[in-house]
Design a protein around this ligand. Structure first.
Ligand code: HEC
Ligand code: HEC
Ligand code: HEC
Ligand code: HEC
Ligand code: HEC
Ligand code: HEC
Ligand code: HEC
Ligand code: HEC
Ligand code: HEC
Ligand code: HEC
Length: 330
């Protein structure tokens, strides 16, 4: 049997078509959604995915997808891919470690998600995935931590200062607390420099007021060198322990330590808070303008530091003066 001649061109045409098909496919990429469906179907869809712009991230490396080995790649190495379109997220000097390492998909889904910002889980659960939850509880908890609002204080990606805080230094705590707390004629040094966390644990603490160590609530307590753990973490207990001193404190008359006179008593030793505000005061040396808690009324204290000493009048009493160089006769 012989084939009629006219069948030959058809065979040739079909063969040509088969040969050219992949070339057409490359020139005009085939619709990915023909085979990959529902990638953008989550409550929150990534914009380029929803727009079907698959090849803004993926790259077709060979024409025999999906059969060919590694026929799909990415337009950039995976750890740099996201930042191609989101450079703003990796701009500031301090980066969250997984962000710095380009592990965006440790927290985000790439195509779509059920949670806002394409997150894998909502905060704080997301954070607890890497930062154990137990560390954010304590007997006394900071309200925003207790409410799981990690992002009211931290940025998820980056910051100008350390610890991913939303504001650097002193401005940070004042996002929510009154800056008046740190203003006055005298300001405690760590308050002025914004190092609030030297005294307060920002997440939670075993001590009241989120303090790092105990600071008594009562106005009197028997003196011991460990009676005021918070203050004595930075200040030498000798400022109140040494009965006579030439240098442990400036609160002295000659070498008679007036801190010791007031504080260093076996029974009713005065607490620091009888005289000092831990943050700032309208008077010198953090002296409260009013002594707290004498019954129902506060007694005004007027204190003035001088070059070599100071003077103090409490309520309507006469002014007591002290002088470190030339002791005042009491
Ligand atoms: C003819 C159907 C079909 C089309 C069209 C298609 N794919 Fe695929 N793709 C598959 C199949 C089948 C697999 C392998 C099965 C699996 O893992 O889901 C796959 C796997 C993949 C993978 C994962 C495996 C790998 O190679 O990394 C990616 C990414 C991918 N496709 C992207 C695309 C993109 C982008 C397009 C459009 C340019 C596309 N696909 C078009 C069928 C197709
Ligand atoms: C914004 C970038 C981006 C876009 C746009 C995008 N993808 Fe992906 N795609 C990724 C990343 C990242 C992965 C995950 C790679 C990994 O983790 O292994 C991925 C994985 C895949 C996979 C493997 C299965 C999976 O989900 O992990 C398929 C299939 C796929 N993409 C198809 C598509 C298709 C089809 C489109 C267009 C509708 C598309 N992608 C658009 C970034 C993108
Ligand atoms: C090709 C560019 C492109 C790439 C690459 C890209 N994105 Fe996007 N992404 C967009 C666009 C466009 C939007 C929408 C921005 C808008 O609406 O302002 C977006 C939005 C987002 C959002 C906000 C979503 C929302 O609804 O709030 C997140 C989170 C995000 N991308 C994460 C990623 C991650 C993670 C990667 C890497 C896997 C990535 N993007 C890679 C283009 C890209
Ligand atoms: C540790 C988890 C985590 C990692 C890692 C992470 N993100 Fe995010 N991202 C978040 C959270 C949480 C939000 C929501 C922020 C909010 O609601 O204030 C977010 C929001 C976003 C947004 C939308 C809002 C905005 O800030 O612009 C984009 C875009 C984004 N991320 C991109 C990225 C990219 C790109 C990477 C990698 C370089 C990345 N993310 C890595 C947790 C993460
Ligand atoms: C994928 C894991 C992962 C997730 C999820 C994660 N982190 Fe982290 N985070 C890390 C790693 C790793 C470090 C670096 C720890 C180290 O160096 O010891 C870190 C460090 C931090 C730091 C300290 C930064 C510094 O400068 O010291 C803060 C603050 C932080 N994370 C907050 C968060 C918050 C808030 C969330 C939730 C939005 C979160 N993290 C989610 C892995 C993660
Ligand atoms: C009220 C503000 C505030 C909130 C809310 C908050 N943090 Fe912090 N966080 C801080 C401050 C301030 C630091 C820096 C502490 C320091 O310098 O000693 C910090 C430090 C960190 C660190 C690094 C040092 C450490 O203690 O491990 C991690 C990790 C961290 N926070 C995670 C979280 C997570 C997770 C949440 C939510 C459960 C959260 N933070 C909520 C203020 C906050
Ligand atoms: C996102 C808001 C926010 C930020 C930022 C913040 N706080 Fe708070 N803080 C609160 C709220 C809300 C309370 C509970 C209401 C109150 O007592 O004012 C609180 C209470 C406190 C208390 C009293 C706790 C108690 O047991 O009575 C202290 C101390 C404190 N914060 C210190 C700080 C310090 C130090 C910083 C900075 C490291 C800081 N806060 C940053 C919101 C914040
Ligand atoms: C030298 C240690 C120290 C530093 C530094 C410090 N505080 Fe305090 N703070 C205390 C002590 C002590 C108390 C509790 C006073 C008391 O009730 O006896 C307190 C109480 C508070 C309270 C609760 C006030 C109330 O009436 O319940 C807030 C809020 C607070 N501090 C915020 C801050 C902020 C913000 C900073 C930084 C600008 C800061 N603290 C720095 C020691 C400190
Ligand atoms: C984190 C360290 C730290 C803690 C805790 C601390 N202080 Fe201070 N304090 C300082 C520093 C630093 C100075 C400045 C010393 C200097 O200038 O030589 C200072 C100075 C003072 C002054 C002198 C202020 C002035 O205007 O000259 C007083 C009063 C004072 N502290 C009281 C206290 C009391 C009371 C406590 C306990 C509630 C306390 N301090 C806890 C660091 C601390
Ligand atoms: C009766 C009031 C009174 C009490 C109680 C008191 N102080 Fe003072 N303190 C002063 C006066 C007044 C000065 C200022 C001395 C000067 O500079 O002339 C001072 C100064 C200081 C200074 C600055 C350095 C120095 O010693 O001259 C520190 C630190 C200090 N006090 C810490 C404390 C601590 C800690 C306690 C509690 C253990 C405490 N004070 C209790 C009145 C008091």
């Amino acid at each position: 049997m012989r084939h009629p001649l006219w069948t030959y061109p058809a065979v040739a045409l079909i063969m040509l078509g088969i040969l050219l098909l992949p070339a057409f496919a490359l020139a005009e990429p085939f619709k990915c959604s023909a085979c990959h469906r529902g990638l953008a179907s989550g409550a929150v869809a990534h914009k380029p995915v929803a727009a079907g712009e698959c090849l803004r991230c993926h790259q077709q490396l060979s024409d025999n997808h999906p059969l060919g080995k590694e026929s799909m790649g990415f337009i950039a190495p995976k750890e740099k891919l996201c930042a191609v379109c989101h450079p703003g997220v990796v701009q500031k000097p301090f980066l969250h470690k997984p962000v710095a390492e380009g592990k965006c998909t440790a927290c985000h889904l790439h195509h779509s998600s059920e949670h806002k910002s394409l997150l894998k889980a909502p905060t704080p659960a997301l954070c607890y995935g890497c930062h154990p939850k137990e560390r954010y509880t304590g007997i006394h908890k900071h309200a925003p931590v207790e409410n799981g609002e990690c992002l009211s204080c931290h940025d998820a990606h980056q910051s100008e200062g350390k610890s991913l805080l939303k504001k650097p230094g002193a401005q940070f705590c004042y996002l929510c607390h009154d800056p008046k707390l740190g203003m006055g004629k005298s300001t405690h040094k760590p308050v002025g420099t914004g190092e609030c966390v030297l005294c307060h644990a920002p997440h939670g603490s075993a001590y009241r007021k989120l303090l790092r160590a105990e600071y008594p609530t009562e106005l009197y307590r028997p003196f011991a060198t460990d009676a005021f753990p918070l203050c004595f973490a930075c200040h030498d207990p000798d400022l109140a322990a040494a009965v006579k001193t030439e240098q442990a404190t400036k609160f002295r008359n000659g070498d008679r330590n007036l801190h010791a006179v007031h504080v260093n008593k076996a029974g009713k030793g005065r607490s620091c808070k009888m005289c000092h505000d831990p943050h700032a005061s309208s008077q010198d040396r953090l002296i409260y303008p009013k002594a707290k808690g004498f019954g129902t009324w506060d007694i005004p204290i007027r204190f003035q530091a001088t070059d070599n000493g100071g003077g103090c009048s409490v309520g309507c009493h006469r002014t007591f003066r002290y002088d470190r160089v030339k002791a005042v006769e009491q």
